[in-house]
Ligand binder design. Structure first.
Ligand code: VGL
Ligand code: ZN
Length: 206
């Protein structure tokens, strides 16, 4: 079946750097592309997000006194340090070449301020700076979201949880996601999403 205008597909960060060979490669990351494309054909509205960092971004271990994948305290709370990734305009920041992007209504970029990271498509990591996405969705009377993309336990998780807290009905397509899984972050992600009422379905169940 296809879905009505009140529901949108939100595809999170399906970019080269999160796929094998990329700077912050997620195991099997490229496998979400075909799932994402199949899903898109069933939705009137698709929105893409794109992780989009300046080279001096403070989530990069190279710009901090710390190792990649360690935690540091930022003014807005704990922050994982990452390898340099998704640098604005780089090939790593580009969408996977096989991802269908022509039909997307909106591409929302995030993480473009050097001093603050943004996992969620809705709020930066201070949980208060808005990306503007909620206003866009409300203006279009969209109240249900289906999410897929990378990575399950970071940007998909934070986007799904924020969306649920904002009152959207949220479904995450588990075979349309792949995880980084840092210190149990994948299990914690599914737990938190479930606690917020996020539904978990496969692409064939929806
Ligand atoms: C992401 C870590 C850093 C993601 C983005 O898309 O899940 N993870 N930046
Ligand atoms: Zn990032």
């Amino acid at each position: 079946m296809t879905f009505d205008a009140k529901i949108a597909l939100l595809l999170i960060d399906i970019q080269n750097d999160f796929c094998p060979g990329g700077a912050l490669a997620v195991e099997g990351g490229q496998e979400v592309v075909s799932v994402a494309n199949r899903l898109q054909s069933r939705f009137e509205t698709t929105i893409l997000t794109q992780d989009w960092h300046p080279a001096d971004h403070l989530s990069f271990a190279s710009n901090q006194d710390g190792d990649a994948f360690s935690l540091v305290d930022m003014p807005y709370g704990p922050q994982v340090l990452w390898p340099d990734h998704c640098i604005q305009g780089s090939d790593g920041a580009a969408f996977h070449v096989d991802l269908e992007t022509d039909a997307a209504d909106l591409i929302i970029r995030k993480g473009f301020r050097a001093a603050i990271d943004s996992y969620s498509a809705f709020f930066e990591n201070d949980h208060s700076t808005s990306t503007g996405l909620v206003g866009y969705l409300r203006e279009r009377s969209i109240d249900k979201l289906v999410l897929a993309g990378l990575a399950t336990d970071f940007c998909v998780r934070f986007s799904a949880v924020d969306a649920a807290k904002l009152g959207f009905e949220v479904t995450v397509i588990e075979d349309g996601c792949r995880a980084i899984d840092l210190d149990g972050s994948l299990a914690a992600a599914w737990e938190e999403m479930a606690a917020q009422g996020v539904k978990r379905l496969t692409s064939t169940q929806i």
